[in-house]
Design a protein around this ligand. Structure first.
Ligand SMILES: [Zn+2]
Length: 96
């Protein structure tokens, strides 16, 4: 009996495994693919340092978490960014 692969290609590019890890989006940038997750106000309970501006992200601040997709989404590599810093990340980089 042939095995049927029912996995759908959904438009977010997420597979089930990533979804289980809390990945909400996959973005492609000049330096590779990133997995992204939005942290809502209620989910922000610690203080993180944003690599975009080198300032702290305090508790209660909605932000995003990004980690490189090519490291198998290793959670140890997650970076917490201010949403605005993440969004302006591309703009700051030289584009060709
Ligand atoms: Zn920042």
């Amino acid at each position: 009996m042939p095995r049927k692969n029912n996995r759908k290609d959904n438009d977010t590019g997420l597979d089930e495994e990533k979804a289980r890890r809390g990945v909400e989006r996959v973005v492609s940038t000049p330096d590779g693919q990133w997995l992204l997750r939005n942290i809502p106000v209620t989910g922000a309970v610690k203080t993180y340092r944003c690599p975009g501006c080198d300032h702290e992200i305090g508790p209660g601040v909605a932000h995003v978490v990004a980690w490189p997709a090519d490291e198998r989404g290793d959670l140890a590599d997650r970076r917490h960014w201010h949403t605005a810093c993440w969004n302006s990340r591309d703009r700051r980089r030289p584009r060709r």
